[in-house]
Design a protein. Structure first.
Length: 146
């Protein structure tokens, strides 16, 4: 599998892994000026990138960076972003500040991580019934907590 990145802004950073064992490739902010995120605020932060994968059964998943989340309360507004294999538009990262203090996003700051993921493409079938299971219709909490 190959990912081909295209810079939409010459200042953009091509994603890379911080260490050889890193699962994700860091995505960086590509900004003209710092962006202030007030507590509770959501902003779309541009990366200055777009990309293409060479296989249809791959999605590029965008996850929060644990350091930003645990230290500052800054995470992704959509929890996990999904870049479909056929999307070619500009990439933005929707950051939200869950913290109690304002947070400043600066150009070049590592704001999220990208993890390519193979996906299943199932056949879709409609039916009036489904196979029975021991759980049945047991919903939230039905299997207990211990």
């Amino acid at each position: 599998m190959k990912i081909t990145f295209k810079k939409l802004d010459e200042r953009a950073s091509i994603p890379s892994r911080a260490t050889p064992g890193s699962a994700g490739m860091d995505l960086c902010a590509c900004l003209d000026e710092p962006a202030l995120l007030s507590p509770g605020e959501i902003k779309l932060i541009p990366t200055g990138l777009t990309a293409a994968v060479d296989e249809d059964d791959v999605a590029l998943l965008i996850y929060p960076r644990s350091g930003l989340s645990s230290r500052y309360g800054v995470s992704l507004a959509n929890c996990v972003g999904v870049v479909d294999s056929d999307y070619r538009g500009a990439w933005y990262v929707p950051l939200i500040n869950h913290g109690k203090e304002p947070f400043t996003v600066e150009h070049g700051m590592r704001i999220a991580q990208l993890i390519p993921t193979r996906i299943l493409i199932p056949e879709i079938e409609e039916s009036d019934s489904l196979p029975e299971t021991s759980r049945g219709e047991g919903g939230f909490g039905s299997s207990g907590i211990k």
